[in-house]
Design a protein around this ligand. Structure first.
Ligand code: GRG
Ligand code: ZN
Length: 435
């Protein structure tokens, strides 16, 4: 029997690039139209805004969004106020009401926790511990109170170290993922002046560990994704000097695998999205040639293209997915090996994943479209256009182009930052002017 890899089947009709539909889809992607999706994706709000706004800018339609309202929202997601000392917080009425501002929200929530929610607290609902002698009770209460106070202190400390970072939405804990998205959104709107940049730099720098890695937030998860987020964020703010770049590079090197790819942490499997974040970080650090065999990794990335559909997967034996048109292609760009992809067949796969009724792009043909796959599909088409489209004069929508030419209707995208190249040029010029 012959071997067949997992793959998707393309529909018989493939539409040309439906630019107007995609703009309508993203502009109309509001809480009113998608109440359930908005409710369950609040923790992704800042990322989601970055995806939609970048897609709109790539299509030349950013002016359809309310710039001032968005900048205000982003600003309100920054943790700005240093938390009050613990004693003050304890005394504060606001602490108990849970209506305090974002930077106090975590501490306030902890202080108002019922005692049974605390670690090792007796379960008052089931009565466990209720038959204890009075002296045991007193000891339990004292221990419980001590545990509560220790927990609140930890959260207050966490709150202090969140200063300058951005949450995914107002009142959410700061994270480097949403901090990068916030900075990217402000770059799109040319409004970096709207935030406390110094505090942002301090927050991001505080996430670097002695081994050069980065945690994502105060809770300590390490992932090479966070290395890229930190380095992209700081380089957009012109402040890479705030971290130990050489140590950051050494950590990324320690996640390299035998196949030439990279993982989340040392020893974890190579995955195309982790290859993107590691190459992005190494590109920002100017360390690609010192750390990577361009041909070996370029070959592993080219192998991600599937024989039947022309789409790309993220690792061997997996299904194709439009988002890898970004994670894989941007990586091939950074390696200067973009020409190793069959551009015509990949462009066809991306176009086959468009929703010709609702607009937007899905992960695979006939699936539901979403802003995430829409931006990475469009950005992938933009990268493919670098290879030279057959007829530069052809415009999509009007002419019904199915193929690499479709990418010509989209702005050139920067392969490290996933922002339009004109935005990156403007930001880097700003950084030069301020030096
Ligand atoms: C500047 C674009 C940009 C991003 C910032 C957050 C970040 C940096 C990158 C995220 C990279 C990442 C880990 C993306 C997730 C990719 C993905 C589809 C993972 C899903 O993994 P599986 O195992 O999917 O569900 P497969 O396809 O392997 O089956
Ligand atoms: Zn995907």
């Amino acid at each position: 029997a012959s071997y067949e890899s997992k793959d998707a089947t393309l529909p018989s009709t493939i539409h040309p690039l439906l630019l107007k539909k995609h703009v309508e889809f993203l502009v109309g992607y509001t809480p009113a139209n998608n109440p359930y999706e908005y409710a369950v994706t609040e923790h992704l709000r800042m990322n989601g805004m970055f995806w939609s706004l970048t897609a709109l800018d790539l299509m030349g339609a950013l002016d359809q969004m309310d710039r001032e309202a968005i900048v205000t929202f982003v600003r309100d997601c920054q943790h700005r106020n240093p938390p009050a000392p613990f004693a003050e917080l304890e005394a504060s009425e606001a602490l108990r009401s849970r209506t305090v501002d974002a930077s106090h929200a975590t501490a306030a929530a902890a202080a108002s926790l019922p005692s049974q929610a605390l670690p090792n607290a007796p379960d008052t609902n089931t009565g466990v511990g209720s038959d204890a002698t009075p002296s045991t009770d007193a000891r339990t209460n004292a221990a419980q109170e001590a545990a509560r106070q220790k927990y609140v202190k930890q959260l207050v400390a966490a709150s202090a170290s969140q200063r300058g970072g951005f949450g995914a939405s107002i009142g959410h804990d700061a994270h480097v993922l949403s901090t990068l998205s916030a900075v990217q959104i402000l770059c799109l709107f040319d409004r970096l002046d709207a935030i406390d940049e110094e505090a942002t730099v301090a927050f991001v720098a505080s996430l670097q560990q002695p081994d050069g890695s980065f945690v994502g937030d105060v809770w300590g998860e390490v992932d090479t994704r966070f290395s890229l987020c930190a380095m992209a964020c700081l380089s957009l703010l012109g402040r890479l000097d705030a971290i130990d770049v050489q140590a950051a590079v050494r950590f990324i090197q320690s996640t390299a695998n035998f196949d030439g790819g990279f993982g989340r942490v040392p020893g974890s499997e190579s995955h195309a999205s982790q290859v993107y974040v590691c190459l992005g970080a190494l590109t920002i650090a100017g360390a690609v040639d010192a750390c990577v065999d361009r041909d070996q990794l370029g070959w592993w990335l080219a192998e991600r293209q599937l024989p039947k559909s022309g789409g790309l997967n993220g690792r061997p034996e997996k299904l194709p997915d439009v988002c890898y048109s970004w994670w894989v292609l941007s990586s091939m760009c950074m390696l200067d090996r973009l020409q190793w992809i069959d551009a015509e067949r990949l462009a066809k796969f991306i176009l086959a994943c468009q929703d010709d009724v609702a607009g937007g792009i899905a992960d695979r043909p006939d699936d539901m479209s979403d802003p995430y796959h829409t931006v990475f599909g469009l950005a992938g088409l933009s990268l493919l256009a670098r290879l030279g489209a057959p007829d530069a004069k052809v415009q999509s929508d009007q002419e019904g182009v199915v193929g690499v030419s479709a990418g010509l209707a989209i702005k050139p995208v920067n392969s490290v930052y996933c922002l339009p190249q004109d935005v990156i040029d403007r930001v880097m010029q700003r950084n030069k002017d301020r030096r």
